[in-house]
Design a protein around this ligand. Sequence first.
Ligand code: HEC
Length: 138
Amino acid sequence: MALLSNPLFRLKSFGQRPRRLLVFISIILVLFLACESKPPPEITDPGQLLFLGYAKQDVNCSKCHGADGQGGMDAPDIRNAFQKYGKGEIMNIIEYGKGEGPDAMPPFEGKISEEELLELVIFLETLQRSSSDSQVEN
Ligand code: HEC
């Protein structure tokens, strides 16, 4: 919207040149389609792709937990989850959710397969390791 209110893009000037408006709209459309949930090529870990919301439309952990599991958006930091829970407990949390009310963790049962659940847990473990690595550095 800020772009449209920019005098450079005032619609009035497009009104006089309808073809330019068409070109402008096409460019925006192409940019929009190009941005549409394509993972960066360096991300190949299936668990990370799930976590970031690239692999499945209704699975996106990062929108609540942050791209690195650092927490935020009313969801806790999960980089220390393996200090609190065993692997099975973490799988249960993902499958059945945790907590109650509007601030609860939603269940993913039925949205992910058993294999995807494992891929997620393996990815969560790598988050865990890298955060304890950085704690050593601090
Ligand atoms: C809609 C937001 C939301 C989404 C999406 C979400 N979570 Fe959560 N998650 C939460 C909240 C809120 C909690 C804390 C619940 C509580 O303790 O009451 C939580 C808790 C957790 C915990 C336990 C953390 C702890 O220390 O107790 C783990 C592990 C976890 N989530 C992993 C995941 C994974 C993996 C995904 C993706 C499959 C995911 N979450 C998706 C909101 C979310």
